[in-house]
Design a binder for this molecule. Structure first.
Ligand SMILES: Nc1ncnc2c1ncn2[C@@H]1O[C@H](COP(=O)(O)OP(=O)(O)OP(=O)(O)O)[C@@H](O)[C@H]1O
Length: 237
């Protein structure tokens, strides 16, 4: 059963040509990796899956888009996503926006912060947090908004290897239906992925465990071949 399903989806931004040209994909539970060359359409697929493409950018969309539960897109630029002065205010605001009364929003904000290990950040200024800390807050905000399918655009950008490992551990244990990640640094995510799509030229092609390393090494990361022969979905924890 897929958590996100696109069927023959075509999309173009206002005034432009088609940037998605018949995308069909099914993201199962767990982490789905969208990889591919720059400008291939990864971010646009996330926007379409989140139901934001035509709402925010306009343009023209056709084809079928379904998500199991509420999809929330965490964009690469967290400053566009986190609107409050402090994480506490942000989480309370998101919970209230999801329909909780203020007293419950206050309680849930603390509970979620503890769950994600960001309770120490609650009363810090968002503007003074590191990129990695802001990312945690953005993920928490998405969950507080009721995300059941988390869509993440290049979450590994600007993260050091330790930050990457801890983010991937977090993504694997989140209580959501599924996570769809657009990412260039594929070698970190391949072992954690349940499904991998190569996105290029407005199309998406599913890559099986046996071919992902070879194909992505050819296009994105020549070093992949040398790292190990790990097939995706192979590592635990
Ligand atoms: N807001 C926009 N308005 C018009 N065209 C856009 C817009 N955003 C993206 N595009 C175009 O859509 C195409 C796909 O872009 P998209 O950002 O989805 O690719 P991507 O695979 O995520 O690229 P990258 O890896 O560089 O982030 C590109 O040709 C891009 O120029």
């Amino acid at each position: 059963m897929s958590v996100v399903r696109l069927r023959d989806v075509w999309y173009r931004y206002p005034g432009g040509g088609w940037v998605l040209r018949g995308v069909s994909l099914e993201a199962p539970r767990g982490i789905t990796l969208l990889a591919g060359p720059t400008g291939g359409g990864k971010s646009t697929i996330l926007r379409v899956a989140a139901g934001l493409a035509t709402r925010i950018y306009g343009g023209y969309l056709r084809g079928e888009v379904e998500a199991r539960g509420k999809p929330v897109l965490v964009p690469q630029d967290y400053d566009l996503f986190i609107l409050s002065l402090t994480p506490r205010e942000e989480l309370e605001y998101c919970y209230e926006a999801s329909g909780l009364p203020p007293w419950e929003a206050r309680r849930e904000a603390v509970r979620l912060a503890e769950e994600l290990g960001i309770e120490d950040l609650l009363d810090r200024r968002v503007s003074k947090l590191s990129a990695g800390e802001r990312q945690r807050v953005a993920i928490a905000s998405a969950l507080a908004l009721g995300a059941e399918v988390l869509l993440m655009d290049e979450p590994l950008a600007y993260q050091d290897p330790l930050g990457v490992e801890s983010l991937i551990r977090l993504l694997r244990r989140l209580d959501v239906e599924g996570v769809v990640v657009a990412e260039h640094r594929v070698h970190y995510l391949l072992p954690a992925a349940s499904s991998v799509y190569l996105v290029y030229d407005g199309r998406a092609k599913q890559l099986g465990p046996g071919e992902a390393v070879e194909v992505l090494a050819g296009i994105l990361e020549p070093g992949l071949r040398g790292v190990d022969g790990c097939e995706y979905g192979c590592s635990e924890g």
